[in-house]
Design a protein. Structure first.
Length: 485
């Protein structure tokens, strides 16, 4: 009997850090009504809906945890919020990975994500390494294992990004069929590969998702009828050679938030696919373990899944917009202002941290995330003993510097540049966290707020009521730093 074909469906689940860095509370987001904010609305429509997706088959009601069948990543900022505010969804996510690992020889469904959802090719080498290290550390803290793969925000990648991922010991990434150059066995099919990328002693596998099927789910009516979706997936998978895999990748929020019946229809499709003898639903790590790469991948230029101009959407007025009557001339100076804040945080940390951790400050920073997401006293004591930080004042100062660095990186979250204007919810998130980073850095070094404001004053919004970025920055910081939301 011929080997079956394989199906991998990946969901990229993410929300930016919407909570105020001063109060920890998410301000009311009126567009999310009747919910208080978008996190709560999407929790109901998607994250919890996929934890116990309901489908009908005649008089039989099927209730399933879709995370047991999806290949998935949950962004660290979202996972942290779910742990406190969406416990059922959080437990289902962990359970899905645990059960899938048991069924697939230790290869769980979940993969990591770089920590702050910044566009990795736009970062210098030390920040690339830090984002990957934090993402891996957060994953290990939640899933109690090393991730085999990692999701690159916006699927943004270049040669240096892949090298940083490989250097961290990660086995694979996921990119679109339109990115890079695929060659060798399997390149001319619609199969997922994997394909091997090499650069000197560094190597990495690349899974290729099918853009047509993914777009059918994301932007068309693919989730209107799970039975029809299952038929279409099967039809495409069976066009491949025996043993090959077809892969779909989309924002996880598609399954229930963007497509209102998405969780239920995904569950219906999964049930129908699982009943077939000629197809196997699996995850990337399990498939890679039994199907090593035969083809080759090369990355001649930076690229992403959501900008045809490479990675320009996150640093220039490249033409990517939703409303054609808006201008994105704000993107480049906004990026420069946030980079200015982040670079100042770097300089502050590099100046004051080495004396506290005996010149192991970069290593300590790379390993600091568990301290910021878990207030376990024993965890902190173990960290400080490892790095020989005995003085209580030094411990407190070091923790605040770690928070400064996390805030600075949060100001670079990709969604701040994705939309048409910085005055939306996403741009406000970047400004909040930049303000917090500036504030924390000022505890140790002269404040740069006047320089930041000078840069922000030159950035004009498309929305008359917003004015310039400095006005918005001051409004957010003045209100929220005083405990108001």
């Amino acid at each position: 009997m011929a080997e079956p074909r394989y199906v991998i469906i990946h969901g990229h689940f993410y929300q930016p850090p919407r909570e105020s860095p001063w109060t920890g509370i998410i301000a009311p987001e009126h567009g999310a009504a009747p919910f208080q904010n978008w996190n709560e609305r999407i929790l109901s429509e998607c994250y919890t809906a996929n934890a116990h997706a309901h489908t009908m088959e005649g008089s039989v009601v099927h209730v399933r945890n879709n995370y047991e069948a999806l290949n998935f990543d949950f962004g660290p900022t979202l996972a942290g919020w779910l742990k406190s505010h969406g416990k059922a969804a959080y437990r289902a996510m962990l359970r899905g990975d645990q059960l899938s690992a048991g069924e697939h020889g230790g290869h769980g469904n979940s993969i990591a994500q770089t920590y702050s959802h910044s566009v990795i090719p736009l970062l210098p080498e030390r920040d690339r390494a830090l984002q990957i290290a934090w993402g891996v550390s957060d994953f290990k803290h939640r899933f109690d294992r090393m991730p085999e793969g990692i999701w690159l925000p916006e699927c943004a990648a270049d040669e240096d990004t892949l090298a940083s991922v490989a250097a961290a010991g990660i086995k694979f990434v996921i990119l679109s069929a339109a990115q890079g150059r695929y060659s060798g066995p399997g390149a001319d099919s619609r199969g997922a590969g994997p394909f091997r990328w090499n650069n000197g002693e560094l190597g990495l596998d690349v899974f290729r998702f099918d853009t047509d099927l993914s777009a059918h789910i994301s932007f068309d009516d693919g989730l209107a009828d799970g039975a029809k979706l299952a038929h279409r997936i099967a039809e495409n998978a069976l066009s491949l050679a025996p043993g090959e895999a077809i892969m779909i990748a989309t924002d996880g929020e598609t399954f229930g938030h963007h497509k209102k019946q998405g969780a239920a229809e995904l569950a219906r499709a999964l049930i129908m696919l699982e009943r077939r003898d000629d197809l196997v639903i699996t995850n990337c790590a399990d498939y890679l373990a039994s199907h090593p790469a035969r083809g080759v991948f090369a990355m001649p230029a930076p690229s992403s899944w959501s900008c045809p101009h490479g990675i320009e959407r996150w640093r220039s007025n490249c033409g990517c917009r939703i409303d054609p009557n808006t201008s994105q001339e704000w993107r480049a100076p906004f990026r420069a202002a946030m980079d200015f804040v982040k670079n100042h945080a770097d300089a502050t940390y590099d100046r004051f941290a080495p004396a506290m951790v005996k010149d192991r400050h970069r290593e300590a920073l790379n390993n600091a995330i568990p301290l910021l997401i878990d207030d376990n006293a024993a965890l902190r004591e173990e960290f400080f003993v490892r790095y020989k930080v005995d003085d209580e004042n030094s411990r407190d100062a070091l923790l605040r510097m770690f928070e400064m660095m996390r805030a600075a990186h949060a100001s670079l979250t990709s969604c701040a540049w994705f939309f048409d204007d910085f005055g939306g919810l996403e741009g406000r998130i970047a400004l909040r966290w930049a303000g917090r980073a500036v504030e924390l850095a000022a505890e140790l070094a002269p404040s740069i707020e006047s320089e930041v404001l000078a840069q922000l004053r030159e950035i004009r919004s498309n929305r008359r009521e917003i004015g310039d970025a400095a006005t918005l920055y001051l409004s957010l910081k003045t209100r929220e730093a005083r405990g108001r939301i």
